[in-house]
Design a protein around this ligand. Sequence first.
Ligand code: SAM
Length: 380
Amino acid sequence: MSTPAELRTALADRLAGDGVLTEPGWESAARAVPRELFVGRYFAPVAGSVPTAYRPVREGEPGWLEGIYSDETLVTQLDGRIRPDDVAGEAATGIPSSSSTLPSVVLRMWQQLGVEAGHRVLEVGTGTGYSTALGAHRLGDADLTSVEYDPVVGAAAAAALKAAGFSPRLVIGDGLRGDPEGGRYDRLIATCSVRYVPLPWLHQVRPGGRILVTLSGWSYANALALLEVTGPGEATGRFLADQSSFMIARPHDRPPRPTLDLLPGEERGTGLDPAVLDGRTGGWVAQLAVPGAIRTGVGERQILWDLATGSQARTAPGPDGGWAVTQRGPVRLWDRVERALRCWQAAGAPPQDGFGLTVSAAGQRVWLGAEAGPGWDLPI
Ligand SMILES: C[S@@+](CC[C@H](N)C(=O)[O-])C[C@H]1O[C@@H](n2cnc3c(N)ncnc32)[C@H](O)[C@@H]1O
């Protein structure tokens, strides 16, 4: 049986071989930080379960340590309260609310942030503390602060960081408000996603500083933005090609809602294949077009539901080929989605790195191609 150190070395070798680890300082961090101290017990998804059921995996059981040193996200909490120890039976269902993100994504993000010696860094979303420990190993404790929303999760991370010999400043609170006591930062990295860039961040990071954050939404489509703060309350930058699907910051998550009843509406044909919405960028563009809507369904049968107005749109195969869409309510959801997707397709359907984001006093706008290009306002 392999030891933790052997498994850690094997994972770091793999990440270096795959080109994830490009900077020696971050490679040393990956080789040094014991992920098992931070993750402990975790949930493994039960293959084929719908909705996904999660089985607790405990220390010492077969596969536990190999799971810790796999390049996988390990869920550690469901529904904001259920931890592996709370599961009495075989498995539990719920929405993941805290996790240790897969090491390749965390390490790639730390490198993309472009942190230099002496920079003050704010991390939002401590989670298990694993990414915080990587940061503390590379940057030292003194210049790193991490904020966690959930006090139980934050306390576990604090204990793990101490056990691993790190002591960055830890704050329990809503990281979307920044770190009011923390002064100016050079870099901000978020390991939870947001629907829009929280304005306090744009005052807390100094002009010329950077923010790395995943932009998400109520349909859970994602894109990773690297922004430069251009002045107080202002920032601009582009989205990166890498996939990063972080859980959405708790205050930005979908509100509770009643069960969806599909109701009759106006019907028309559409020449746009609804399955485009299943693609990574297609789904993201649709989310930009109707940010207040959630999307369910798959392939030719998509359903959009705007939570504020109750507007609905649903697609189905048409009677004579093509597709039919039924829309009701004050917001014609499919009309907006179709327009946005046509615009994106006309530009050659680029992936996420074909887009950018500008934040100013006028609002927050995701643009396609160049800042003066077509764009969509984020729901601030
Ligand atoms: C994907 S996990 C973080 C992964 C973590 N960095 C790691 O390596 O283990 C996301 C975390 O963000 C936290 N979170 C959600 N909303 C937050 C907010 N508004 N402020 C601070 N933390 C938040 C969640 O409680 C969760 O622990």
